[in-house]
Design a protein around this ligand. Structure first.
Ligand code: ADP
Length: 336
């Protein structure tokens, strides 16, 4: 292997820069050149690339975002797109390809593999933590930290006014950010895809819960963490519906893209660094079509397709703590 191409693709995540830096420094250590194609697969089609050396990546690991930009590319999804991308990689004498992104980006990697022969490795970069084959994805820890910080601040004002707040967090179709930030901030309730896939929540059930908490605790704040895409109309609509029923102020708060930014946590920087170095080792061993991940603190590989076909299961232990043990209106199980 003499030259590796790298892209960051799809939704950006804190720590992508740290992963990029690790790839470049590890490659340089092994005498391999790195080129970064800008704006994900779109840059691969446009031949928009830059050489990446120590100088470019030396001091970027503390910043979110990605110095080679990220993007989505519809054009790339066609056979013509795949062929064009392969041609451009060959034209730049690239002999291995590393993509930092989520499951969409990994589908893209499999698409590329139909037209291009070199080793292809995925590095999991997404705040949603929704990829099978790794306990954590790069960016997840930082996003949880950001959500927790916001929830703490919401609690201050909620507590002062005895208000109900609905805080909407990201996660796409997975409740990792929601459950972790809810637990870390002591939220009274959370709404997650994993909890309502069999039995969708009703407004009646939520009203009953808020009223129940009020009865048990008297004057008090109530903070609900809502995972995006889990309530029609989101937090804004849910707050209106609750306010109509409860006759006291219910306020929505949408965290939105703040969750994608900020200084990556140490955990994300370290994860990104380890996976970046590992990816460079893997391509040199000729391994292809896998994601580099971490399970029980060990480096592991998983076939790219498994990362989206198989489903990572949200820990039942965490769910139980939040919904049973710490549910403010349920009796302590020991006494039950
Ligand atoms: P993420 O990696 O965050 O899940 P997306 O789902 O937006 O992000 O995917 C990023 C890019 O990967 C897409 O814009 C597209 O270029 C490529 N991609 C996604 N799915 C496919 C697919 N089925 N075939 C080919 N390319 C794909």
């Amino acid at each position: 292997i003499e030259r590796i191409a790298v892209i960051t693709s799809g939704g950006d995540a804190p720590g992508m820069n740290a992963a990029l830096r690790a790839v470049v420094l590890a490659a340089e250590h092994d005498g391999i050149d790195v080129v970064g194609f800008r704006h994900g697969y779109e840059g691969l089609l446009n031949n928009d690339y830059m050489k990446l050396g120590r100088h470019e990546v030396e001091h970027i690991l503390q910043y979110s975002g990605t110095i080679i930009k990220s993007a989505r590319s519809e054009r790339f999804k066609s056979d013509e797109g795949g062929i064009e991308a392969a041609r451009n990689l060959d034209a730049q004498h690239v002999d291995a390809f590393i993509v930092i992104g989520g499951d969409g980006s990994f589908r893209g990697a499999n698409h590329l593999a139909k037209f291009w022969q070199g080793p292809i490795i995925g590095i999991p970069g997404t705040i949603d933590n929704d990829l099978y084959g790794t306990d954590h994805t790069i960016g997840y820890d930082t996003a949880v930290e950001t959500a927790m910080d916001a929830l703490d601040k919401i609690r201050d004002t909620a507590e002062a006014m005895d208000r109900v707040f609905i805080v909407e967090v990201m996660g796409r179709n997975a409740g990792y950010i929601a459950i972790s930030s809810a637990m870390a901030s002591g939220a009274e309730r959370m709404i997650l895809p994993e909890l309502q896939k069999d039995k969708p929540l009703t407004i009646d059930a939520l009203v009953k819960h808020v009223e129940g908490v009020n009865r048990v605790r008297g004057d008090s704040s109530y903070v609900m963490v809502l995972c995006e895409n889990q309530w029609p109309g989101g937090a804004v609509r849910l707050a209106e519906q609750l306010e109509d029923r409860l006759n006291f102020p219910c306020r929505p708060c949408l965290l939105g893209h703040v969750q994608r930014g900020g200084r990556p946590t140490a955990m994300d920087r370290i994860l990104a660094t380890r996976l970046g170095v590992y990816a460079v080792q893997l391509v040199q061993e000729g391994i292809t079509g896998v994601m580099a991940g971490i399970e029980r603190n060990e480096l592991v590989t998983t076939p790219l397709e498994d990362t989206w076909v198989k489903r990572k299961v949200l820990s039942q232990e965490l769910i139980d703590i939040q919904t049973k043990w710490f549910n403010p209106i349920k009796k302590d199980r020991h006494k039950a």
